[in-house]
Design a protein around this ligand. Structure first.
Ligand SMILES: C[S@@+](CC[C@H](N)C(=O)[O-])C[C@H]1O[C@@H](n2cnc3c(N)ncnc32)[C@H](O)[C@@H]1O
Length: 238
């Protein structure tokens, strides 16, 4: 396996996403056959965004979810996208400039220490972010703190299969090693994408995510499998 970036190191993770930012959206479309849009739609469906709401997109990257949500909170609402890395945020801002009517802001911030007040948000999403945080349990605590009581959150990410030798885990390994890494190599981003498998190794399984969310104070937490168990959607109510 190629040398990868160590997961959980905030500086190195930030550098990684700065490095892949220009290729990220294209590779995402190719590697998921565009299906990431479908999974993101499922996250939004759980959130039930409504006009006037204040919503957060944590680890927003190039702003896929924030842009869709901003359309849905009009009129009167606001979507704030936060990301630790400047590169993806610059692309998110460029995309937002194409639709200047959207109530949308992007800020550089760590999802573990956003600096926002308690209950700032009516709802929140985090797509493919939790796995990258130095401590996912702290990420869920910060997410809970930021939500109004009753507020919903959707946390979308790869699923770490329970049975490491089962079909789902085998398919995931094949997908990551035989498809993702070789394609990333062609884009000159092999270690950056080898990181994906490393980060999954330390990522809590679905049932563990539910427990961490309950410990963080969420009233409801349910981890739903998507894409035949390749992806997971943690559906939360504060
Ligand atoms: C895989 S990308 C996902 C981007 C976007 N949410 C999407 O689904 O397309 C993960 C993002 O999380 C950001 N990130 C990693 N660690 C972070 C942290 N501690 N706080 C905020 N953002 C972080 C990265 O910079 C990167 O843009």
């Amino acid at each position: 396996m190629p040398a990868s970036i160590p997961p959980g190191d905030p500086q190195q993770v930030r550098d990684l996403f700065d490095r892949i930012a220009p290729a990220y959206d294209r590779l995402n479309d190719v590697l998921s056959l565009g299906l990431h849009r479908l999974w993101k739609r499922q996250a939004i469906a759980w959130l039930r965004p409504a006009p006037g709401q204040r919503l957060l997109d944590l680890c927003c990257g190039t702003g896929d979810l924030a842009l869709v949500l901003a359309e849905k909170v009009r009129p009167g609402g606001l979507v704030l996208g936060l990301d630790a890395a400047a590169g993806p945020l610059e692309l998110a801002r460029q995309r937002a400039r194409m639709q200047p009517w959207l109530p949308l802001e992007f800020r550089q911030a760590d999802a573990l220490a956003t600096g926002l007040s308690d209950g700032w948000a009516d709802g929140a999403v985090m797509a493919y972010g939790l796995r990258n945080l130095a401590d996912p349990a702290l990420g869920l605590q910060e997410l809970r703190r930021l939500l109004q009581p009753g507020g919903r959150a959707a946390v979308l990410d790869f699923n770490r299969p329970e049975n490491g030798s089962g079909f789902t885990a085998g398919f995931q390994r094949f997908y990551l090693r035989q498809l993702v890494v070789p394609l990333a190599r062609r884009a000159g981003l092999e270690p950056q994408y080898a990181y994906l498998e490393e980060s999954l190794r330390r990522f809590p399984r679905g049932d563990q995510q539910e427990q961490l969310a309950a410990a963080a104070g969420f009233a409801q937490a349910r981890h739903r499998l998507l894409a035949g168990g390749q992806m997971g959607l943690l559906q939360l109510v504060a």
